[in-house]
Write a protein that binds this ligand. Structure first.
Ligand SMILES: Nc1ncnc2c1ncn2[C@@H]1O[C@H](COP(=O)(O)OP(=O)(O)O)[C@@H](O)[C@H]1O
Ligand SMILES: Cc1ncsc1CCOP(=O)(O)O
Ligand SMILES: [Mg+2]
Length: 286
């Protein structure tokens, strides 16, 4: 930990100041160590995901051939698996990489994009959850569906039609059954290990109007967990807050979704200690 005024604060005590320092410390660790994050992701998100990782200081690699997994995955510092454009051809790579990451004690993160879209996707995600992801990050509708292993009626595809607060109990239950930290994104992001619940309140609504922001923040979580594998709850909370803060700063210069996408990446790259320490809004809910 960075310096603690008076030494009174020694753990995640729920104070905004503590979380601000913690978020800065983890961002600095990402910048210093440039963790290699292997991404097996959808065609829509590859560009934003790789650029968000680079802007934060991490090193992205979109490596998805089954023939490369055994060689490459153990060398990565973390793995991000995203089922956004799932196909029969890619699912074996996702399973093999998740298993290889678990075998090599590397953290791996699952983004169950549109898990309700089909039986194929639900079965695939349930199979991946059984391979011990370190973190699962989804929007509220995805976490509700995955937690109950039940497709949500009237599902809208990749976008959520629930609020994040509606998904907190589902997230806790999924965390308990899977052993993963579970994060639900939204106006407030909720992060839980099945017992504690943390809220991260940075971000702007316009982020939902840019495709693949959810995918990109999942990859950023992978980078943060790569540098702090022993505390995925804190690493995940800080990554979500840092990404939201980049959105807030980007929005100050943006005219709409397209320019926000650019300014958000610039802001993520240029974050300073004072801004992070004073503007990160994370709190312990329970
Ligand atoms: N209403 C909102 N206000 C502020 N930030 C939001 C809002 N909705 C989503 N976000 C942020 O946008 C990013 C993507 O989240 P979300 O849209 O829920 O995921 P997905 O793209 O997977 O559906 C997250 O960083 C989240 O915190
Ligand atoms: C539009 C779309 N279709 C399949 S994957 C994808 C991107 C989803 O990105 P996100 O989950 O971050 O909104
Ligand atoms: Mg998503």
């Amino acid at each position: 930990m960075s310096d603690m005024a008076g030494g009174e604060e020694t753990a995640a005590d729920g104070s905004a100041a503590w979380w601000g320092r913690r978020a800065w410390e983890l961002l600095e660790m990402v910048r210093a160590r440039a963790p290699l994050v292997q991404c097996i992701t959808n065609f829509v998100s590859m560009d934003l995901m790789a650029n968000a990782l680079l802007a934060a200081g991490a090193s992205p690699a979109m490596v998805h051939s089954l023939r490369e997994i055994d060689e490459f995955t153990p060398r990565a510092d973390a793995l991000c698996v995203n089922v956004g454009t799932l196909s029969d051809g890619w699912l074996p790579s996702m399973r093999a990489a998740a298993a290889a990451a678990a075998r090599s004690t590397r953290p791996w993160i699952l983004d169950p994009v549109a898990v309700s879209a089909s039986e194929f996707r639900m079965e695939a995600c349930l199979g991946l959850v059984a391979l011990w992801p370190t973190v699962i990050r989804g929007n509220p509708s995805e976490i509700i569906a995955l937690s109950s292993a039940c497709r949500v009626r009237d599902s809208k595809g990749v976008d959520s039609f629930h609020e994040s607060l509606d998904a907190v109990e589902s997230a806790k239950s999924l965390a308990q059954s899977s052993g993963a930290v579970v994060a639900v994104s939204g106006a407030t992001d909720f992060i839980t290990d099945g017992q504690k619940v943390v809220a991260a309140q940075n971000g702007v609504a316009m982020m939902q109007k840019i495709t693949a922001t959810g995918c990109a923040v999942t990859a950023l979580i992978a980078a943060f967990v790569a540098v702090e594998p022993s505390n995925p709850l804190e690493a995940t909370s800080c990554a979500l807050s840092i990404f939201g803060l980049a959105g807030e700063l980007g929005m100050e210069m943006a005219n709409g979704p397209a320019s926000l996408r650019v300014h958000m990446i610039d802001s993520l790259h240029g974050l300073h200690e004072h801004t992070v320490a004073s503007r990160v809004k994370i709190s312990l809910v329970s």
